[in-house]
Design a binder for this molecule. Structure first.
Ligand code: ZN
Ligand code: FE
Length: 262
């Protein structure tokens, strides 16, 4: 009798890589697996062999080496499909995805919708489905990625897109930056009690060597200044840095410049 792949709950493991990256490993009781943003192949190969898994699918949020650098090596070991943004800086192994595309992982019975969320890079995408969001370096817990190839207006649009997702959506981002992000967020909103509580929780997790992810979109809406650029307290804090700041993208620009120099 064939194994019913949906009879097992989806498991999502964090594979730490480099100083503070997370590579997300998805599996469901069978032998097939997918990974998100494998910047390094070695820890992925180790995690797969530890669990007796075969890699079938690789999802890439953006072209940066710490998210995509492990792909060629992984493809030497496994025949996997690779879905990433439409960007010639990725190899010819990449199947380019665009806003609204549906990416299917049949072995895991998963289907993700692609969201265009540029600003960190010009072609950054996110994957959403099954109550999960893989946000790469666009949305971090209590922060967002630097605007290397995009504008504050683009990041504002990206945040406005992500904030439409259900509040219970689990947010899996690319880096463990939450503790330092909380410190900046508290400089913006010292009186935000949800943020104070998140910082206490994050400090306890980090001092125990534990990760702070996944977050939830609801928690991010309450604590992440880059999702809160229309909140009066956040706009007022931005105006203390730059009096031209107004609700929306100019507050986004001011917050990002402030964080980049802090
Ligand atoms: Zn990046
Ligand atoms: Fe990164």
């Amino acid at each position: 009798m064939s194994q019913n792949k949906t009879s097992h709950a989806l498991e999502i493991d964090a594979i730490p890589a480099f100083d503070d990256n997370y590579i997300w490993l998805l599996h469901r009781g069978g032998k097939h697996a997918a990974v998100v943003d494998p910047g390094d192949a070695d820890p992925v190969l180790q995690a797969l062999s530890d669990r007796g898994l075969e890699l079938r699918t690789i999802l890439i949020t953006h072209h940066h080496w710490d998210h995509a650098g492990g792909v060629p090596d992984l493809l030497r070991h496994y025949q996997a499909r690779v879905y990433g943004p439409d960007d010639e800086r990725l190899g010819d192994w990449n199947q380019a995805c665009h806003e609204g595309d549906r990416v299917s992982l049949p072995e895991l019975d998963l289907h993700f919708e692609v969201l265009d969320v540029p600003a960190h890079t010009r072609s950054h995408i996110a994957f959403h489905g099954h109550g999960l969001l893989f946000s790469g370096d666009t949305l971090f817990s209590v922060g967002c990625g630097r605007f290397f190839e995009g504008t504050p207006e683009q990041m504002q649009l990206a945040m406005d897109k992500l904030r439409q997702l259900p509040a219970q959506t689990a947010v899996y981002c690319g880096h463990e930056y939450t503790e330092s992000n909380c410190q900046f967020a508290l400089a913006v909103e010292p009186d935000n009690t949800a943020l104070q509580a998140r910082y206490a929780e994050v400090k306890a997790l980090r001092s125990g060597g534990q990760r702070t992810l996944p977050s939830t979109l609801g928690a991010e809406l309450a604590t992440n200044p880059f999702l809160r650029t229309r909140e009066p307290a956040v706009v007022a804090a931005a105006q203390e840095q730059d009096q031209r700041a107004r609700a929306g993208s100019s507050t986004m620009a001011t917050l990002r410049a402030w964080k980049d120099r802090s």
